[in-house]
Structures are given as C-alpha cells and as structure tokens.
Ligand binder design. Structure first.
Ligand SMILES: *Cc1c(COP(=O)(O)O)cnc(C)c1O
Length: 414
C-alpha cells in the first residue's frame, strides 16, 4: 500500500528513517478484534517504544483512529513496561498499565515516579507484599487511590506472586483503602507454540486461582493473560482482555510469515545511499579488512550501523534491497556506517533509498529474514531500531498527528 507522500515523508528524505503505516496498524488491530469474543477488551502493548515503531505514533493511531465503522478506536487499554514509558505517552483517555513490578519504591527517583503514576491513575503492577505496602504509603501521601494489578506466576517463573500466595496478597490489598485492585494477570511461557499443553495448564492455574476473586468483584476486575501467541493459538485463554504486541505490528507470533492470518507488517526501514566508490579488485573494505574485492566493485555507503540497531552480525552476511533487487552487505557493519556491493546496480546513485527491512512479509529482507540472519527473533530486530532513526507515519495522509516538541524543533531546521 503506497501512500501519497506527506510533508513528513518528504522532509525526512535523505536521512535513514522508519516508515510506519497507520493503516496497517489499524488493519492488524481489526484482525485481532475478529479473533475475540464480544466483550473481550484489547490492550495494546506499546512497551519499548511500541517495539521500535514509535509509541507516540502507535498510541495516537490506536486510540484516535477507527477503521471498522464502529466509531470506536481499537485500543481499550494501553500497556508499557515502565513509568518512564507511560510518561512519554500522549494524554490518553484509556487506562494505562505499567508492567514492571513495583519494587525499590524508596530507592533513587522511584518514589517521585510512583507519585506521578498514582496522580495519573496508571495501573501499577505488584508482585509482592512489600510492593503493596510501599504503594499504599505513597498513595496515602499523594491523597489519591492507587490502581494496581497483581501479576500471578502460573509457571513462567519470571515475575509474579505464586498462585498459593495470591489470596494473602489480595487480603493485604483489601485492607488498604489507598489501593484499588484494577486487575489480575499472568504471562505465558510458550504461547507461541500452538501445541503447548503448558499454556493450557497455566491458564487452568490462573482460572483456579482467580475465578473466586472474579466472582466476588464482578465486572470491576479485569483478568488478562493472552499475548499474541495465546490470542491466536489458545483461544480459551482470552479472559476479560488480551494484550498483544507483536501481532499488532503485523508479525506472526509463529515467527514465520503465514497465510492463516492476514497480518500486515507495519514498519519499513529505509536508508539513503550517501556515497559510492569504485574500487579495484584486491581492495579490502571496512574494519579488519574482512571483505576483499574479487572484481572491480562499486561500494555503496549507508549511514546506519549497529548503534542504530542494524546488527554487527550482519557484516558480510545481510542484504538490502534496491529497486526490488538485493545488494549484499560487504565488510563489517560499523557503529554508524554500513557498506554494500552495488556492482550489479550500475544505475544506483547517491540519494537513492535502499530498504533495510521490508514491510512485505515475503520479502528477502523481511523482519523474519533479518531475525534469522542474526540468530534472533523479530521482537529483538524491531525493538533495537535506534533512537537516531526518525519514525515517520505514512497513512492516512490527513492524520492529525502531533509531534512532540523536541521533534518539532528539530524539524524547524529542515
Ligand atoms: C510483551 C508482553 C506482552 C505482549 O507479547 P507479544 O508476544 O508481543 O504479543 C504481553 N504481556 C506481557 C506481560 C508482556 O511483557
């Protein structure tokens, strides 16, 4: 889907940039919605700058746009990892969940941040009695009730209070009027595997532990567990709300492109060619002289490197696309620069853009391929795309997106 260039798109020409298709984001939210029973809410996972897509753009799109004729934007709730990430969001009229367990409340700057979170009404995650204690005290001083959710450990063993300790924890919360229980959640260890019986076992433990509480609280309590994998592969886990990240961004939780779900990757990463050099056979390129020309070679220079999240493991291995055809990364990827072989692209010129990461799931430079080249998963490739790369929303073109002040001032010079 090619959008008409917006002003932003033109302004960022000549720089490395990430294009974000709002339309695809809304489309994926629609695909997710259709997998849910009526009444199940959708919490959009926007941690890690919306998996590298830009939390402002993603939050704005999912909370202010509608594409299904319902008149209602797709996100009922937003989730982030830290209070800092919540602070960086625009003002939203939906609940904001902060998933990092509240701990160390009186160390460093934590307390000020927690006060701020309570003032905003954000839902803080607790996994321990000491966390509950701390937040109750801070909420008393702030003079506002703190919203919390309890993370229960049903088998992931990463964060969360043990199922057996949940009733005690809930009593503790009940006894403190400065705290309001907003929800109870758990997290699955293997939900991306459709065959995983452990996911159903975790779900069973979750229900066993929380069904009585759910009954006591009625509709005032939100119980949630499902990430993208559970959402599609384990439909009995949806509870009151699902909280997908990856699928929203159009990446299949199976880690492979599939026809089973019409998800559309949202992000496309481009970089301009900023230099071309003709070198003779025998020349070596880059740090460590790891690549040697076997023929006269046109070496193209791209202004991105591992500091931008283009992995150093792509040295002498990855490809980029130019006019739909591959060009090989040659030599080492360095901190700010990468070199590519343009010998078979005699028309290539400085100023043209190459595609580092394509939004077509079947492209030779899809996020699935990039993840394979560096022996990782799409999550890591996406979330590491660096802060130096400008995120540019593309469509719909008339979108009322407001940039943060920092970004606007830097645009004044362009
Ligand atoms: C990141 C995260 C999710 C979303 O996971 P996806 O696999 O990206 O859908 C859901 N819940 C928690 C607690 C998370 O940390």
């Amino acid at each position: 889907m090619d959008a008409t260039p917006t002003i932003d798109i033109r302004h960022t020409l000549g720089e490395p940039r990430v294009l974000i298709s709002r339309r695809s984001l809304l489309h994926n939210a629609g695909v997710i919605r259709r997998a849910l029973s009526p009444g199940v809410r959708l919490c959009a996972m926007l941690k890690a700058d919306a998996y590298g897509h830009g939390a402002l753009i993603a939050a704005d799109t999912l909370c202010n746009f509608c594409n299904d004729g319902s008149g209602k934007p797709p996100a009922d709730t937003i989730a982030v990892a830290s209070i800092d990430e919540a602070m960086a969001l625009p003002d939203l009229r939906v609940p904001v969940l902060v998933f990092r367990p509240l701990e160390n409340a009186f160390i460093g700057r934590q307390r000020l941040k927690i006060e701020e979170a309570i003032r905003h009404g954000w839902v803080l995650t607790v996994c321990s009695l000491s966390g509950v204690e701390d937040i109750a005290r801070i909420a008393l001083q702030v003079g506002r009730r703190a919203n919390v959710q309890v993370m229960v450990d049903t088998g992931m063993v990463r964060s969360g209070v043990d199922v057996a300790a949940l009733p005690g924890m809930l009593q503790h919360i009940e006894a403190r009027p400065s705290i309001k229980l907003w929800g109870i959640c758990t997290h699955f260890a293997s939900a991306e595997n459709p065959e995983s019986a452990f996911t159903l076992e975790q779900s069973r433990r979750f229900h066993l532990a929380t069904d009585p509480v759910g009954a006591a609280y009625g509709g005032r309590l939100t119980r949630h567990a499902a990430n993208s994998g559970a959402l599609f592969f384990h439909r009995t886990t949806h509870a009151d709300m699902v909280r997908p990240g990856l699928a929203l961004y159009g990446i299949d939780p199976s880690g492979r492109p599939t026809m089973d779900r019409p998800l559309k990757p949202v992000l496309k990463w481009l970089a301009p060619i900023v230099g071309i050099q003709e070198v003779s056979a025998g020349s070596t390129v880059g740090y460590g002289q790891t690549w040697c020309a076997r023929r006269p070679t046109r070496v193209g220079l791209l202004p991105i490197g591992y500091a931008d999240g283009y992995p150093r493991s792509f040295s002498n291995g990855a490809k980029v696309l130019l006019h739909g055809r591959a060009a090989a990364v040659i030599g080492r990827v360095s901190m700010d620069m990468t070199t590519v072989d343009l010998t078979d692209h005699p028309d290539a010129h400085v100023g043209e853009e190459v595609t580092l990461l394509d939004d077509n799931p079947l492209s030779p430079v899809s996020v699935y391929e990039l993840a394979r080249w560096s022996n990782t998963i799409p999550y890591e490739i996406l979330s590491r795309i660096g802060a130096r790369i400008k995120r540019v929303p593309t469509d719909p073109e008339d979108a009322p997106f407001e940039e943060s002040e920092a970004e606007t001032s830097d645009q004044d010079f362009t």
